[in-house]
Design a protein around this ligand. Structure first.
Ligand SMILES: [Ca+2]
Length: 261
């Protein structure tokens, strides 16, 4: 039992190898990144410069590019059931797009700020600059549950871009060069990935931000605001919820009953 307790308390420091490097448009102030069926989607922020683009990984030119109205600051993006959801920072309004054409089809609304967005098979998961994530109904965008994130039992804040990675929530933390991996039911940080060595410039604005994941290859894609490179990484060990760290013996069944909130 002591060994199990110790294992549960351990935060894994993932190691990485760079398996590929792709171009990244360094005019983009990256706020959201995802890979869906081989297409890279990126949401870039700043007032008057916000964009939503789609592109092939190997191309520096977008397949589709949408300029966001200048009074909006674009933030996190996610795909749920073949629709692309995009947050904005302070407008309390998000947009739902057709994945292929990037035509806006609907809006949705929320309280507070919009920062990062991702999704599991049931919910959209959103950050707002605090240390608490909200799980949202994809149809109504209502809050289904909240998840307070802790690192070694200490509260954490400024959770930014998000990605659902192999049953965990990977998160950028604003102005940090480390990606954290969060247990989606306990809220505990169970792993960290130190990417300081990738950061090309010391300037504060060029922060690491943007995580995408290919669930087939298990590769992770990372970049930063105004970076010129997008990195494909293979992590060791592979991030996952360890069996003795999972609240149920059969996580795929009746997961509603396991939610603490
Ligand atoms: Ca992401």
């Amino acid at each position: 039992m002591a060994a199990i307790a110790q294992a549960q308390a351990t935060v894994t420091e993932y190691q990485y190898s760079i398996t590929a490097q792709y171009p990244h448009d360094k005019t983009l102030f990256t706020q959201g990144l995802l890979l869906h069926e081989g297409v890279l989607y990126e949401s870039a922020g700043l007032y008057g410069q916000s964009k939503l683009i789609s592109r092939e990984l190997a191309s520096s030119l977008p397949t589709q590019a949408l300029s966001i109205p200048p009074d909006l600051f674009a933030e996190g993006i996610s795909v749920f059931k073949n629709k692309l959801y995009q947050l904005t920072w302070k407008a309390k309004t998000g947009y739902i797009y057709d994945l292929t054409t990037l035509q806006a089809e609907k809006t949705f609304h929320y309280q507070g700020e919009g920062w990062g967005l991702t999704a599991n098979h049931r919910h959209l998961i959103m950050s707002n600059g605090s240390g608490t994530l909200t799980f949202r109904d994809p149809d109504s965008f209502e809050i289904i549950k909240t998840l307070k994130v802790t690192h070694n039992n200490q509260p954490i804040t400024h959770l930014n871009e998000l990605e659902w990675v192999n049953g965990l929530i990977a998160a950028n933390v604003w102005r940090k060069s480390v990606i954290i991996f969060i247990h989606p039911e306990q809220g505990k940080v169970i792993g960290t990935l130190d990417l300081k060595a990738l950061q090309p410039w010391p300037q504060r604005k060029n922060v690491l931000n943007g995580i995408a994941y290919n669930p087939k290859s298990h590769r992770i894609y990372v970049t930063g605001k105004n970076w010129k490179t997008l990195y494909e990484l293979e992590l060791t060990p592979e991030p996952r919820v360890a069996p003795n760290n999972h609240p149920t013996a059969s996580p795929s069944v009746n997961n509603k009953a396991t939610m603490p909130n």
